[in-house]
Design a protein around this ligand. Structure first.
Ligand code: CU
Length: 207
């Protein structure tokens, strides 16, 4: 390699690094929407005239609060558990959401969930009509499944792998970003290697 070309190699290095940085920036910018979202601090679940909880399933962060509010129907007392035992399992404290506090439209109550976990709950009056749900306490909201499954009242069981595939929802530009990053990094390495090999005045240790 001519020495003139070798001398120009260091000037190409910033270009290669710029390409790598651009790729990395693209990855960071575009991975946002598909990444897990932070769970909210507060969620409101409505007890409806159809004797359903809306939404039935919700996520709050540890230390967060769930507000149950009656927007329709009559009495919707909240109990902890899946409804198989009408007395509830007392996994969380629903004592402020009993039959006297949750008697009519406009009534509401709050439950604070200190620790992460999964907390089924039900309306003691209408559990046989399916008035139950699950509160998940965690730092992030799991990636949402298709709206079709949600619209069917959660009766569609999705295979666990379907929603958690790493490539789900990634736009093409996200992968283009990775490609640019790899290309830039590779180019920088090649430039450094060529410079070390051919640079005038750089003496290689004699073996
Ligand atoms: Cu009810």
């Amino acid at each position: 390699m001519p020495q003139a070309a070798a001398r120009s190699l260091p000037r190409l290095l910033p270009l290669a690094l710029a390409v790598a940085l651009l790729g990395a920036a693209l990855v960071l910018v575009t991975e946002g929407p598909a990444a897990a979202q932070a769970a909210p601090r507060q969620v409101t679940i409505e007890g409806t005239a159809a004797n359903k909880w809306e939404p039935a399933d919700a996520t709050v962060r540890p230390g967060g609060t769930v507000t149950f509010r009656i927007t329709g129907g009559t009495t919707h007392p909240v109990f902890s558990g899946d409804g198989s035992n009408l007395a509830g399992d007392k996994k969380f404290d629903a004592s402020g959401c009993g039959i006297t506090q949750m008697a009519k439209v406009g009534d509401s109550c709050q439950v604070q969930f200190a620790k992460a976990g999964t907390f089924p709950y039900f309306c003691q009056v209408h559990v046989t009509q399916g008035m139950k749900g699950v509160i998940t306490v965690g730092a992030t909201v799991a990636a949402t499944t298709t709206t079709a499954a949600g619209g069917a009242g959660g009766s569609v069981i999705e295979p666990p792998g379907a929603a958690s595939a790493p490539s789900a929802g990634r736009p093409a530009i996200y992968w283009a970003g990775w490609g640019l990053f790899a290309l830039g990094a590779l180019l920088a390495l090649v430039l450094i290697a060529l410079y070390v090999r051919f640079s005038p005045g750089f003496t290689r240790p004699k073996s």
